[in-house]
Write a protein that binds this ligand. Structure first.
Ligand SMILES: Nc1ncnc2c1ncn2[C@@H]1O[C@H](COP(=O)(O)OP(=O)(O)OP(=O)(O)O)[C@@H](O)[C@H]1O
Ligand SMILES: [Mg+2]
Length: 269
């Protein structure tokens, strides 16, 4: 048995591969099977962390390099008015970096390894959506955007991760506000179906071309030419939360033929 244990340890250490069940005595097959499953999860978590660290450093490198150049230029500028403008640009760049870091932190906290079932509590989605709308109201008002919400009178609670769901709804409504033009309209619908909660957010903005609808869920992916600042992480956060709740998300063209319609289904159990 000791020979087998060291053989397994070597295989894991040298090749990072699970042990083939045919190579172990039948009595310990269930144990090895279980260890193999744990091993694969650990390997996936490790690979995810590595990808995450590499993506994050890559994405932060560019704005930080720009920030350094802006600061060097400001240092050499004698004219007070011009230096003031340059300092304002520096603040905007710092805000961009802060936004990327905040989104990365949200995504990091949502990773499957960090979310346990005890982080789940009873959720009233209608209330949660109203809270997000209230929080984002100032940015909507500043663009003259109208947010209409329609929800079932009754509320059905389900077990969910409140922080994650808040981030999901916030990113979806934030996108709608940011990508639609001034005086646009956002319609939000919350319905309690027999086996799931239904959430739909429809806007009348430019929408997302069909061929890019699966790519926008990739980390750091952004549609070119929007002229809107962002880190490309919002929809990755949304997708992570939806998966965590065993739900589904669909992007479609708004019924009016223009704009984005996002539908999220969250099963009760
Ligand atoms: N409602 C929308 N209308 C039009 N385009 C959208 C909408 N929502 C998302 N997009 C497009 O999908 C891309 C990815 O969205 P996502 O929320 O992941 O990132 P972001 O908004 O660029 O950055 P972040 O949300 O991290 O600040 C956006 O860059 C934008 O081009
Ligand atoms: Mg976004």
């Amino acid at each position: 048995m000791q020979g087998l244990a060291s053989q397994i340890a070597h295989r894991v250490a040298d090749n990072l591969e699970p042990v083939a069940l045919s190579a172990v005595p039948i009595e310990i097959t269930p144990l090895i099977d279980h260890l193999n499953t744990l091993f694969l999860r650990l390997k996936q978590a490790y690979e995810r962390e590595q990808r995450f660290a590499s993506d994050a450093s890559h994405e932060l490198h560019t704005p930080l390099a720009a920030l350094r150049t802006q600061a060097q230029v400001a240092l050499k500028t004698v004219d007070k008015k011009e230096r003031f403008l340059q300092l304002q640009q520096i603040i905007a760049s710092v805000d961009r970096c802060t936004h990327i870091i905040q989104q990365l932190l949200v995504l990091c906290r949502l990773s499957p390894e960090r979310i346990m079932s005890e982080h789940f509590s009873e959720i009233a989605l209608k209330q949660l959506v109203s809270e997000v709308i209230a929080q984002l109201a100032p940015s909507a008002v500043s663009k003259g955007i109208d947010i209409e919400m329609v929800a079932d009178d009754t509320t059905r609670l389900f077990m969910g991760n409140a922080t994650g769901l808040y981030a999901m709804v916030r990113n979806l409504i934030d996108n709608a506000i940011r990508y639609i033009p001034e005086k646009g309209i956002i319609k939000i619908l919350v319905e309690y179906k027999t086996d799931h909660t239904y959430l739909n957010i429809t806007d009348n903005g430019p929408g997302i071309p069909i061929e890019l609808r699966s790519r926008v869920f990739e980390r750091f992916f952004r549609v070119l030419g929007t002229n809107v600042q962002g880190s490309g992480l919002g929809l990755s956060i949304v997708e992570e939360v939806v998966q965590q709740h065993k739900g589904t998300i669909t992007l479609a063209t708004a019924p009016e033929g223009q704009g984005l319609s996002v539908t999220v289904l969250l099963p009760y159990s």
